[in-house]
Design a protein around this ligand. Structure first.
Ligand SMILES: Nc1nc2c(ncn2[C@@H]2O[C@H](COP(=O)(O)OP(=O)(O)OP(=O)(O)O)[C@@H](O)[C@H]2O)c(=O)[nH]1
Ligand SMILES: [K+]
Ligand SMILES: [Mg+2]
Length: 439
């Protein structure tokens, strides 16, 4: 796969039928095949209305044609776009015609973006940002992804890597002149002062990764509590539809159910779980095991208890936030002493306040942060590696300068891996498999 001598093509617009279908072509023969199909090429980057024909002269459609001679194209190669009417047969005929040319084939997942990466048009962070931008469903997901595609984050990492490399060069220069008497000791002092500063910048940036991941993947909110506390009823009330089965039988919910909410532009994943209690019943026990596992991975637990019964607050292995929610306020007196909030899924009382509770929580997490945040485990891992190496370089005062310089090299290397400046070949398949064909 991934032969760069091939010319690739794909439908880059959405599902058919549609008003327009955009077929993108990229590679050494892109301009040649376009010329054959449309008779003559338009000026670069200027749309022209053309008749698109098979090589046998059969008219496929009339549509706009654009050419982008490399390297001024998305992929960096010669590229073209043919805009036809988005009918299934129209697009199928055009794709079939393209496949008939020698060394022309349908693109694989993410292959256009991969070529853009290989040709230096984008780096890894920008490519990942593009995948996130296309997948974004909420406003905050979109904003986060735009930060990544715009190259701001890449620039930050590259500036840091450059600072590390410069520091190392200065240290190594000092090592080379170590035998001489007139080594200015203050150079070294300045370097280490700057590296200590870089360490705090990196550490502050890494602290934003939690929120970055929440924006990208959604805030995980888990509804937990005793059987019949009204968990599934709350889920349905928030979803405004009957997602979960509700009955008066304790132990109704077994599987973990989940819905996606959009709260003030943030993605929120809400989970309904089995009621927690001691039981010998095999299926219910499995449900409870899953409930506890889901709760352990939550950002927030809504711990439900019917008003008048004690609220749980003892979730094992959980270091997120627990809100104690008293339920069925329509049939019980409100209790502000034992609960953070009292609600009734039956009447809707307290649900606006619950919504506001989640909004406030998201705002508190986002406080004073821009959205230029690391948002993937891959970023977090490499930033952590870099920070660790940098910390060692800064704190290993008694170690030799050569050892400390080596730690600086490692710190720069980890940063370089984030944007893909250094050996990332092994990662590419993983990253591009997320893309669909035509990107
Ligand atoms: N009056 C009143 N009844 C409610 C309210 N919420 C739930 N109920 C009732 O309480 C019972 C249990 O509700 P569920 O939503 O199934 O409770 P659950 O916590 O999901 O129960 P399990 O899945 O069995 O753990 C049902 O009969 C609901 O109709 C409420 O706000 N007011
Ligand atoms: K129930
Ligand atoms: Mg339930």
């Amino acid at each position: 796969m991934q032969d760069f001598n091939d010319t690739i093509f794909a439908l880059s617009s959405g599902g058919l039928p549609a008003g327009v279908g955009v077929v993108r072509i990229s590679g050494p023969k892109a301009l040649y095949v376009t010329n054959v199909l449309v008779g003559s090429l338009p000026e670069p980057r200027q749309a022209a209305l053309k008749t698109i024909r098979t090589r046998n002269g059969l008219v496929i459609d009339h549509g706009l044609v654009l050419i982008f001679p490399g390297p001024a194209s998305f992929t960096g190669e010669d590229s073209a776009e043919i805009h036809v009417h988005g009918g299934k047969a129209v697009v199928a005929t055009l794709l079939e015609e393209l496949a008939g040319f020698k060394a022309c084939r349908l693109a694989e997942h993410g292959e256009f973006s991969r070529r853009a990466l290989e040709n230096g048009k984008m780096d890894l962070v920008e490519v990942e940002g593009l995948a996130d931008l296309i997948a974004a469903e909420t406003e905050m997901q979109r904003r986060l992804a735009v930060e990544h595609t715009a190259g701001g984050l890449s620039k930050l990492y590259e500036d840091w890597a450059d600072r590390l490399t410069r520091a190392r060069a200065l240290i190594e220069a000092e090592l080379d002149f170590a035998d001489e008497d007139d080594v200015p000791g203050s150079v070294s002092d300045q370097v280490w002062a700057d590296m200590a500063k870089l360490r705090s910048e990196l550490s502050a940036h890494l602290a934003g990764a939690d929120f970055g991941e929440i924006v990208r993947d959604g805030l995980k909110v888990v509804i937990a509590g005793a059987p019949n506390a009204g968990k599934s009823s709350l889920m349905n009330a928030l979803a405004r539809r009957e997602v979960a089965i509700v009955t008066e039988i304790a132990g109704t919910t077994r599987d973990v159910l989940h819905i996606d909410l959009n709260i003030e532009g943030y993605a929120v994943k809400l989970y309904d779980t089995a009621g927690l209690r001691e039981t010998e019943e095999v299926v219910e026990r499995e449900g409870i095991r899953r409930a506890l596992k889901t709760a352990a991975e939550a950002d927030i637990i809504l711990s439900l208890a019917e008003l008048g019964t004690p609220a749980r607050s003892d979730f094992p292995d959980f270091d997120g936030k627990v809100f104690r929610i008293g339920t069925k306020s329509d049939i019980h007196p409100i209790d502000v002493k034992h609960y953070d909030l009292c609600i009734s899924s039956a009447t809707g009382a307290g649900l606006a306040e619950l919504h506001q509770l989640l909004v406030n929580d998201l705002l508190a997490r986002s406080a004073a942060l821009s959205l230029a945040l690391p948002s993937r485990l891959r970023h977090r891992t490499l930033l952590t590696d870099s920070l660790e190496a940098l910390s060692r370089a800064v704190t290993a005062m008694s170690a030799g300068l050569d050892v400390r310089a080596e730690f600086l090299r490692q710190a720069a290397h980890s940063l370089g891996r984030i944007t893909g400046r250094v050996d990332v070949e092994d990662l590419l398949d993983v990253i591009f498999s997320e893309f669909c064909i035509g990107k």
